[in-house]
Write a protein that binds this ligand. Structure first.
Ligand code: DCP
Ligand code: MG
Length: 704
């Protein structure tokens, strides 16, 4: 096994402190190749020095350095036999991973160019050719390519961007517009892959294997056509990458940005050549922290070096982390076709010689209903929206849809509703009938849900659970941090507004480390113990301290907020928000209640700072993500109540202990055990009014 030659542990050069890792606004963005990196670093350093942000960045930097030093020390302690053992482990894993290589699919990753900025320019052509950024003085969401030449980029504070580029024009964000254009692009994507995987408002993964085969076109031709079509429909340009897996397709889409494409052929040699000199930072999931650690500890800078240092990676990281790194070294990525849960709909259709014979049409409809029902049951699906597609004898295509209260999947139910839709169109001569069911009842975890069921927020707010208005509850604990969920930058994707929102940290190790760091922010004394005892950095760590199992939809990329920023964020407390939402103080909305009790909608509304950012965890969801916001709100409520419940149980136990002690003492002194018992039972009755949150879920599930 090669030596783990690492760069000397980074310590800021005192003569050029701006070179410190913390102040680097990476040059990984497209359009920033010619930028004077050092000038940008110096400006960023000078502008942010002394700020809270800067201090926090320095703390993070120190933490990562400590981590690197610890890992290097552990590397140095590996004996010769350890080293040969781990080398064997790595060699075996590499062979096993290699055996999983699948070159049979063609994946296309499409990413809009300077998306928000391009949309704004479309709206206001006078911006064309001038450096502009979307956002404000505190933060910018993106910058056009003219501004990038000055080092201005997404996630940079606007006041720093202005310093770098005094001519910079700022345009405020307008999510409605971006969502509108995003929807237009998705209509195009759908034509090439009906199950395309949207990764954010401006990017998607498409499996174009079928369309290439069906149309006998090369992947490059399809990419070209798709980009032209997006441009025709939206007036915006996009870039595309084609590769045998999603991980590589994403890397490829950035190569010829803007308005370009890159095709990586589907053969092992091409992949290995491509990956060999690729900087690790280009890989989705490897951000500045992982890059720093891999470079600082092992001297790994390119993907190929992951394989060369495989033994050390296996020695120091968990199996899943090491597997990820080795896969990157092999250029492997996900190739699977989206699973059932990514499906938006299920459909069938039948073409026949044009006929207006009603009995025949009914028969076709019955057959289609039966087939659809069988297919749905095979996949365990039920849906709420039924769409009838008809093609008339004159080739006019009509769609009629109905959304039911209940989820359906039986032949009878489907046929019943389909007949109603068809009858409304008859008499008619038809040559095609199709049926589609969408709006499935399957959440991310495959749990069934009932559309008629109240959301948790409604349930609590209406007082059903505790008899209390939510405002009366105590503060939401600041430790929303304890919830973790898996990160898979390729896989946690959303198809439409019914899929899992992916709160993907750009850096897998980063997210994990930062979650530790944020603990440090809250409780410094815990800091070292937690770090030192942790021998490895689990790859699938926490992200943004938000466990949003059912948060659906796809949020803009700026939701990739690091936890440490959340800690610093100007978040106001849940109860304060409730308070400020009281009818006498609140901004009233159209939906205000007459009875003076804030509606769940109102409560959900005030959660969002500037109408798009969750004040509790920093996640950003545009206003039109109504369901997603509701669910996000529910998530915080559930978390809060869970915490309360555990506090309540603790209090209850303590109360009982005290009351037992009092009771025994009274017995001894006054023999008043009867009244004491009564009090005890009253108190537990009162406590049991609080339905434990896990009980709530159990009960709810029984209703499904
Ligand atoms: N975005 C954001 N916050 C970030 C990064 C991005 O709000 N930290 C938003 C603005 C971007 C959009 O998401 O326009 C798409 O992000 P991209 O990373 O794809 O960046 P752009 O599309 O702006 O530029 P390009 O893809 O050409 O590099
Ligand atoms: Mg983009």
């Amino acid at each position: 096994m090669e030596k783990a030659e690492a760069e000397p542990s980074a310590s800021a050069d005192s003569a050029r402190p701006w070179q410190s890792y913390t102040t680097v606004y990476t040059n990984a963005k497209a359009g920033m190749d010619g930028v004077d990196k050092e000038k940008v670093q110096r400006t960023v350093y000078e502008m942010s020095k002394g700020s809270k942000y800067f201090e926090n960045e320095e703390r993070k930097e120190a933490f990562i350095r400590q981590k690197i030093d610890n890992m290097r020390a552990r590397c140095a302690k590996l004996s010769a036999s350890d080293i040969s053992h781990y080398q064997m482990v790595a060699d075996k894993r590499i062979l096993e991973l290699e055996a999983t290589r699948d070159l049979s699919r063609i994946w296309l990753h499409v990413d809009m160019d300077a998306f928000y900025a391009a949309v704004e320019t479309l709206d206001n052509p006078s911006l064309r050719g001038r450096p502009m950024a979307v956002g404000g003085m505190s933060m910018i969401s993106t910058a056009n390519y003219e501004a990038r030449k000055f080092g201005v980029r997404a996630a940079m504070p606007g006041f720093i961007a202005r310093k770098l580029c005094p001519e910079l024009i700022f345009v405020p964000t307008d999510f409605k517009k971006y969502t509108y254009y995003s929807d237009l692009t998705r209509k195009v994507f759908q034509k090439y892959d009906p199950n395309f995987m949207a990764a954010s408002l401006d990017e998607a993964y498409l499996d174009i294997t079928e369309v290439c085969n069906e149309r006998d076109l090369t992947s490059g031709e399809i990419a070209e056509e798709l980009r032209t079509s997006v441009h025709e429909v939206t007036g915006l340009t996009c870039s595309a990458g084609v590769a045998p897996n999603r991980l590589l397709a994403k890397v490829c889409s950035d190569i010829n940005k803007p308005n370009g494409q890159f095709v990586l052929p589907s053969n092992r040699m091409a992949v290995m050549t491509f990956i060999s000199s690729l900087p690790i930072r280009k890989i989705g999931g490897i951000g500045k922290v992982t890059e720093h650690i891999l470079s600082g500890v092992f001297g790994i800078n390119t993907c190929e070096e992951m394989l060369q240092k495989g033994g050390f990676l296996c020695a120091l990281f968990s199996r899943s982390s090491a597997d990820f790194f080795l896969s990157v070294g092999l250029g492997l990525g996900k190739t699977d076709t989206p699973q059932v849960r990514f499906r938006k709909s299920i459909s069938n259709e039948r073409t026949f010689s044009a006929t207006d014979d009603t009995a025949l049409l009914y028969q076709k409809l019955a057959e289609l209903s039966e087939m659809l029902s069988i297919d749905m049951q095979k996949e365990g699906l039920s849906g709420r929206t039924l769409t009838l597609k008809l093609k008339t004898a004159s080739f006019e295509v009509r769609s009629r849809a109905v959304t039911m209260q209940k989820y359906i999947c039986s032949r009878e139910d489907i046929l019943n509703h389909a007949l109603k839709l068809l009858n409304a169109e008859l008499p008619l001569s038809l040559r095609l009938i199709g049926l589609r069911i969408s709006h499935f009842n399957e959440d991310k975890d495959g749990h069934l849900s009932d559309p008629t069921q109240k959301t948790l927020a409604n349930f609590i707010i209406s007082g059903d659970a505790s008899g209390k208005n939510v405002c009366e509850h105590s503060l939401l604990g600041s430790d929303t941090s304890d919830s973790h969920f898996m990160v898979d930058p390729e896989n946690d994707l959303s198809i439409d507004n019914h899929e899992t929102c992916h709160y993907v940290s750009e850096d897998l190790l980063d997210s994990n480390l930062l979650s530790d760091l944020d603990h440090c922010n809250f409780n410094l004394s815990n800091n070292s113990g937690k770090i030192d005892n942790n021998n490895e950095l689990p790859l699938n760590g926490s992200v943004a301290k938000v466990n949003a199992p059912n948060v659906v939809g796809c949020a803009p990329k700026s939701h990739q907020i690091k936890v440490s920023h959340l800690v610093e964020a100007d978040s106001f407390s849940f109860s304060e928000q409730c308070e400020s939402n009281r009818p006498d103080r609140a901004r009233r909305t159209n939906n205000d209640l007459d009875d003076g009790v804030p509606s769940s909608n109102q409560k959900e509304q005030f959660l969002w700072v500037n109408d798009y950012k969750c004040s509790l965890c920093g996640i950003e969801l545009p206003p039109n993500f109504v369901e997603e916001r509701q669910e996000h709100f529910d998530f915080h409520l559930a978390e809060k109540l869970q915490k309360e419940e555990s506090d309540n149980s603790r209090n209850l136990m303590l109360n009982q202990r005290f009351s037992q002690r009092d009771h025994t003492a009274s017995q001894r002194r006054h023999k008043r055990h009867k009244s004491s018992k009564k009090e005890g039972s009253k108190s537990s009755q009162k406590e049991s009014k609080h339905l434990p949150i896990d009980m709530f879920f159990v009960k709810s599930n029984q209703n499904f």
